[in-house]
Write a protein that binds this ligand. Sequence first.
Ligand SMILES: NC(=O)C1=CN([C@@H]2O[C@H](COP(=O)(O)OP(=O)(O)OC[C@H]3O[C@@H](n4cnc5c(N)ncnc54)[C@H](OP(=O)(O)O)[C@@H]3O)[C@@H](O)[C@H]2O)C=CC1
Ligand SMILES: CC(=O)N[C@@H](CCC(=O)OP(=O)(O)O)C(=O)O
Length: 346
Amino acid sequence: MQIAILGATGYTGLEVVRLLQHHEQAEVTYVSSDSQAGAHLADVYPHLRGVLAHTLEVADPVEIAKRADYALVALPSGVSTNVVPGLLAAGVRVIDLAGDHRLPSAVYAAWYQKTPPSSSVLASAIYGLPELYADQIADAKLIANPGCYPTATLLSLLPLVKHGLIDPQSLIIDAKSGLSGAGKALSAGTHFVEVHENFKAYKVGEHQHIPEIEQVLTDVNPSGEPVTISFTTHLVPMIRGILTTSYAKLTGSYSTEDLLAVYREFYRNAPFVRLHAAGHWPQTRDVTASNYCDIGLRVDPRTQRVTVIGAIDNLVKGAGGQAIQNLNLLAGLAQTTGLTTAPVYL
Ligand SMILES: NC(=O)C1=CN([C@@H]2O[C@H](COP(=O)(O)OP(=O)(O)OC[C@H]3O[C@@H](n4cnc5c(N)ncnc54)[C@H](OP(=O)(O)O)[C@@H]3O)[C@@H](O)[C@H]2O)C=CC1
Ligand SMILES: CC(=O)N[C@@H](CCC(=O)OP(=O)(O)O)C(=O)O
């Protein structure tokens, strides 16, 4: 199958380029950039010399349709909206890594402060969390690839909410991310001097991933009640990785082992979710450069609360790797195709 990567000069686009080198069924035939069109990708990123000989091109949907079956769109939120309709109209199946197609119009406009996509395009979008929606993803024309924080948070919490094991309104989530999550563009709050030897919260109570997490938890909540969460994001002075720590009140006297048994069953067909028994807690280093999501949990019988830890690489399971997992589902391939490389520990 032939693949176009839009926004190939950005951090997630570059990660998709890297990962697809290991995918025996995929051929990258189009790499786009607005600002560097005409340059060789390997001149912009010399680490790719001898690996890829592609020239960057402006994203032209009609030309892309001639050379690609699928487009992985790694453009900023608010920008992908401009190209996705043209790609769909030209017959290209699209996986959008941006936030534009994950939320209802009014919710997107309120949390992203950007113009939402047209309702007809939005209606065709399927939320691309393979561990929950694999069947719908397989037939989709447009996949809204989940955000990085939602991926770690949802995979940590879905079994508990779906089986009514916690009071979902008691959920508190502390999330920490490395700086590549902020993308390549410079900003005052993310440059070296601001983040090195520093640890800070940001977008407290107003992060755009709050409604995305709430809508999926509500979707699986057996009571049907809307789920609302307390969710705080933090910047960690490292490049890759997200670690989420979630806390919730249990609805009964469950043990750690009871809950782990539920998770094992829930994720029995999920090749990228690895469960940890007590003794080793998930850490970002265990998943770096891989598509794994590691999860560990513990019940505190004194408080009847559960703590769940989740770890992903934001650029892989949180973005490019998950996009390829979705691509595999669209193409009828095993979810793991091209994604079996081991994490990089050091
Ligand atoms: N970084 C992460 O961990 C994650 C990111 N995402 C989402 O994936 C998408 C890509 O993210 P990421 O790779 O980090 O972003 P980057 O900022 O690193 O890259 C985005 C690329 O888009 C291109 N682009 C085209 N039009 C514009 C424009 N108007 N403004 C800025 N850039 C533009 C740029 O390339 P050029 O100028 O060469 O055209 C740039 O290289 C975003 O929507 C992001 O929210 C989702 C999950 C995780
Ligand atoms: C560390 C960091 O800054 N992370 C970004 C994640 C951006 C992202 O993934 O954006 P969308 O999913 O909304 O497209 C943030 O917190 O906004």
